[in-house]
Design a protein around this ligand. Structure first.
Ligand code: F6R
Length: 241
């Protein structure tokens, strides 16, 4: 694991966007795995900036998002479909046919998960997967206790995660109880991983990810077994390391 300590959120976002830019410029048809949440928001802003300045083009880029809530429609501002279009896709030259998100409203969610896995395979796999980390050490929506052998599928969100995401909703009963997410094994198949962690509340999870036992109780600890992981984190997130 390579750990890059940054001084603030802005530096984390800038460094992350430079890594993405490097990939896009290096590979003919780059395949990116993307995350939602607060951690990558600034990175998306930097990427939009680079696109507007003509430094980067997404014409040949394909994306796969990590996860989506079950039962939120695309136009619900809390859906990850909405987030990604609002924060990135609507502002760059990516082709909509190359944008992939799990469909949380699919009638057959098992088939949806298989379809997603097939599409990732057909695209040649993910070159670079961006991740955030939950306060409980989740990656994607793979909560503590999830099998490392899990592939894309439906999961139940635990209370800590629902509480953490409550800030985007009006009340806890509006926060979905289930999501569809790439599995740990799907994430581990990515050729390279970039994880962003910011703030004191992530410090326990970050410590476990880097130094803890590789154990299903802390999903992010599995990343110790990946051949190429870069972690960009601020001092507070690294304060227990
Ligand atoms: C988001 C995702 C989650 C978040 C994690 C951290 O697509 O899969 O694992 O990355 O919950 O969220 P933030 O960045 O909001 O602290």
């Amino acid at each position: 694991m390579e750990i890059i300590q940054v001084k603030d959120y802005q530096e984390m976002s800038k460094k992350a966007s430079e890594i993405i830019e490097g990939k896009i410029n290096l590979i003919d048809k780059p395949v990116l795995g993307l995350a939602t949440g607060s951690s990558p928001e600034g990175m998306y802003e930097c990427l939009i900036d680079k696109y507007k300045k003509g430094e980067i083009s997404f014409q040949n880029t394909t994306t796969f998002n990590l996860d989506e809530y079950i039962d939120l429609s695309k136009d619900n501002s809390n859906s990850y479909y909405y987030y990604m279009h609002d924060k990135l896709f609507n502002h760059i030259d990516i082709k909509s046919i190359n944008v992939h998100l799990l469909k949380g409203m699919a009638r057959d969610l098992r088939e949806e998960a298989l379809r997603y896995e097939r599409m990732i395979r057909d695209a040649g796999g993910i070159d670079l997967q961006v991740l955030g980390i939950g306060v409980n050490g989740h990656i994607g929506f793979n909560e503590p206790g999830t099998k490392f052998t899990n592939r894309t599928g439906v999961v139940e969100l635990n209370e800590l995660t629902r509480q953490a995401n409550l800030r985007h909703f009006q009340s806890l009963d509006q926060v979905p109880t289930h999501a569809i997410t790439m599995g740990i094994e799907t994430i581990m198949d990515s050729k390279e991983i970039l994880l962003l962690a910011f703030g004191k509340e992530k410090s326990r999870a970050v410590k476990g990810m880097i130094h803890g036992d590789v154990d299903e109780h802390l999903p992010a600890s599995v990343l110790q077994k990946h051949q190429k992981v870069t972690i960009i984190a601020d001092e507070a997130a690294l304060s227990n390391v």
